[in-house]
Design a protein around this ligand. Structure first.
Ligand code: ADP
Length: 481
């Protein structure tokens, strides 16, 4: 679509509007920051009791940087001993900030952190019993591998024999014993990263914190080191928190995954749950490759019409879940509006008390409230109207060639769809088909010998589809294990 050119007046009006919105947003950020800092100060005066049965606990953790950028919002997670937790999400979503708060390298603005039965917010990094591995291995170039690994222990004045013992044991586990006399420049990237891991292992820490440790390695080495780190975890049993933007690392390494986006936790669960029951379209399309197909549809109260290509039956249970979902969304949005109104009022009151001005902020000009009101009106329509738009999600492997679908109990009607591209990956095709104008990908066996323009008779595995609200992107289907 061609970009519409705005007139001078329209441009000016838009600028004024943006300025106004920015001003309101800045007010809210300031109030949220100051309230959080005060609440945290008061909270720190109280006695802290570590939750039982949990090794690391993050309770309502927030991070606001001095420039008022909120990098992490209300992060809650209980980690059991020996778990391998992966924080995954796109760059800038707050993974490293959260990890660095656990390590003690970044102050916690709001919330409580417990490590191994102790309130840890104010513990020095060295007193946290954690060992960190970074993306850049940061080895000392003038020191041998042995000295690189021994250095931290020497600084702590551990006995020489103890240091020697720990370094050799770690070198043994990592299979780098033969390189102990070498300097880092005589090592490959993979070997350097092993030394960095070695430096963490010799500390005998109970917790490993790893920040994108494999990002600097080439693809093949990454796959190899991935399994080595998992093996290492199985051997040492140290509780591990691992940060990555790579969803395959998350899926293959984690006992539990925390998916993040824009500072918010989107979902926490085992790889299987995250994959089979994504909380929203963000998780659905971020995890899995090729991504889950998201198809526009119309929800009627007894079926979904997918662009006239096929109808999906809606049973009573699904309808009940649908209605409950929308009632909850309305409740959530209404509560949030109340919260924002209170925040804005507080800002005005404080200003007035200080005699600065008597300006009253109109909440109805707050962009977040405007959006929330629109959302509520959408949710009400979804609840009360005969039909509404919806997003239907289906993974490429759950779109099956009719002849291979005999074992699938719950199938859709057959859809003859034209192939636009057939990508052969050796054992299977990624068949791009034209689904009423939308590119949809199906994974089908290589034996089919596909060609562009050919029609494929496909069915959906209806035990596997997801259903998302069009506006919030949240999953409407109830979770079934
Ligand atoms: P990730 O690890 O997921 O890539 P980060 O935790 O590094 O994300 O960053 C989260 C957000 O916080 C980003 O918007 C980033 O720009 C911002 N941020 C990170 N460090 C600082 C800082 N020292 N000051 C201000 N903003 C920061």
């Amino acid at each position: 679509m061609a970009k519409q050119k705005l007139s001078r007046e329209e441009r000016k009006a838009l600028e004024r509007q943006t300025e106004k919105e920015e001003k309101i947003l800045a007010k809210k950020r300031e109030v949220v920051y100051r309230e959080m800092v005060t609440a945290q100060k008061n909270s720190l005066k109280k006695e802290k009791v570590a939750p039982s049965d949990v090794f690391i606990s993050l309770q309502h953790i927030n991070k606001i940087y001095p420039n008022r950028v909120q990098a992490v919002f209300d992060f809650n997670l209980d980690i059991k001993e020996r778990e391998f937790i992966v924080f995954v999400g796109p760059s800038g979503c707050g993974k490293s900030t959260t990890l660095r708060m656990i390590a003690g390298l970044e102050e916690i603005t709001g919330g409580d952190l417990y490590i191994d039965g102790e309130f840890a917010n104010e513990l020095e990094p060295k007193d946290r019993d954690t060992a960190m591995v970074f993306q850049s291995y940061a080895l000392y170039p003038h020191m041998t591998v042995y000295d690189n690994m021994a250095f931290g222990l020497q600084m702590r004045h551990l006995p020489k024999e103890e240091i020697d013992d720990r370094v050799h044991r770690a070198a043994d586990i990592l299979q780098i014993s033969e390189f102990l006399d070498r300097k880092p420049k005589a090592l490959s990237g993979g070997q350097c990263q092993r030394v960095a891991l070695g430096r963490a292992i010799v500390r005998n820490a109970n917790v490993f914190l790893m920040d994108e440790p494999l990002s600097n390695l080439d693809a093949k080495l990454r796959v190899q080191m991935r399994s080595e780190i998992v093996k290492l975890h199985n051997e040492l049993g140290a509780t591990t928190i691992y940060v990555t933007h790579d969803q395959i690392e998350a899926m293959t390494m984690a006992t539990r995954i925390v998916v993040m986006s824009k500072g918010y936790v989107q979902q926490i669960g085992s790889p299987k749950i995250i994959y089979n029951h994504p909380a929203n379209t963000f998780v659905a399309t971020f995890i899995g490759s090729p991504a889950m197909n998201i198809i526009d549809g119309t929800f009627y109260r007894d079926h979904i019409d997918l662009n006239g290509v096929v109808n999906i039956k809606i049973d009573k249970e699904m309808l009940k879940a649908h209605d409950e979902f929308y009632k909850k969304e309305i409740e959530k949005a209404s509560l949030r509006i109340e919260e924002i109104i209170a925040t804005l009022a507080k800002f005005d009151e404080e200003k007035k008390a200080k005699g600065k001005n008597n300006e009253v902020t109109n909440p109805e000009e707050d962009p977040e409230i405007i959006k929330l009101r629109e959302d509520i009106s959408h949710y009400e329509k979804c609840l009360n109207n005969e039909s509404h738009e919806i997003l239907f999600g289906i993974r490429p492997e759950d779109i099956v060639d009719q002849n291979s679908a005999v074992l699938i109990k719950n199938r859709s009607d057959v859809m003859p769809l034209e192939i636009s591209i057939a990508e052969l990956l050796g054992n299977e095709y990624y068949a791009h088909v034209d689904f009423a104008g939308k590119d949809v990908i199906a994974k089908v066996p290589a034996e089919l010998n596909l060609e562009k323009g050919q029609k494929l008779n496909l069915v959906f595995n209806l035990d596997k589809y997801s259903l998302f609200d069009k506006v919030s992107g949240n999953n409407i289907k109830p979770f079934k294990d």
